[in-house]
Design a protein around this ligand. Sequence first.
Ligand code: NAP
Length: 313
Amino acid sequence: MKKVMYNQFGDESVLELVEQVVPGIQKDQLLIRVKAVSINPLDWKVYGGEMKLMSGSKFPKSVGIDFSGIVDQIGSDVTRFKVGDAVIGLLDVFKGGALANYVAVHETDISPKPANVSFEKAAALPVTGLSALQIIDQLAAVGPKQDVLINGATGGIGLFAVQIAKKRGARVTAVVSTKGVEEAIKWGADTVVDYTKQAIKQLNQQFDAVIDLSTKLSFKEAKSLMKPRAVFVSTLPSPLTLLYSFVNNLISGKKLKILILKPTVDGLTTLTKLAETDLEVVLDKTYSLSNVREAYRESRRTKIMGKSVIVLD
Ligand SMILES: NC(=O)c1ccc[n+]([C@@H]2O[C@H](COP(=O)([O-])OP(=O)(O)OC[C@H]3O[C@@H](n4cnc5c(N)ncnc54)[C@H](OP(=O)(O)O)[C@@H]3O)[C@@H](O)[C@H]2O)c1
């Protein structure tokens, strides 16, 4: 089978399509024939070496976190799935390995694919959909009639965060670049701010939750946009910011919450149900496995509307 691997940290040129044996499975594992894999900014942070502390520096390493596919084999202890089931799932963020024709997983890594969603779109759900659920329902605990600002609202997490915040009854202000204005309105945003035309720090409004998906807005800068007991959500965990948030949250009404994605079976099931009813998945581009370098290069350098995915044969 084909698999994307790399032997040193660097840009997309380090990614190689190599021949590997199909992995064997333990009795509590399943073998999945991968149909599509989504592209996440986390991928290039890991292969770029920005996350060495978590990923380690041993090579070779693999790429690809979330995927859709079909169950090809099951171990004798597997009870929730059978051969032929269509599934979505995700692997360890720092180890990856989904960009391959086959991947070995545990039952807890996967969930049934939403029935009415294509394999391409379904692959785009796990990482950013679970991140959006964790941000809206747990970190920001968004509720009815709350004012929520989502900075970076048309990217992978933003796509779902806007829709889920609306479902929770919030009033959503989406911050996007010009290309995303119409999309954000379509996904349900009440107010749209084009950050290329208006600096959000100049907004004359305060919010119950300020969610930064762009990594460009700091907690300090966001404070003027926050109500006295509001929450700021950052997606950039580091030992220093985690310590800072712990101390800040003991003494200040304005809370700093940091996303550390914690995938759960319940989360994946909730996401599947949402996607089966009314969660829209928007795909920007699809690529083939042989164009993996181009896929990552373009995704890193250009503006993506929703998600892009790599489709396998
Ligand atoms: N900590 C964790 O566990 C965890 C888990 C998942 C993801 N993440 C991180 O979360 C972040 C968001 O993920 P994602 O998949 O949504 O990324 P993404 O698809 O790249 O989206 C980022 C968004 O930020 C917008 N943006 C860029 N510059 C901006 C600015 N100056 N002001 C406002 N918006 C701006 C982009 O819009 P334009 O392209 O239109 O400029 C884009 O919509 C990434 O850094 C990712 O690595 C962290």
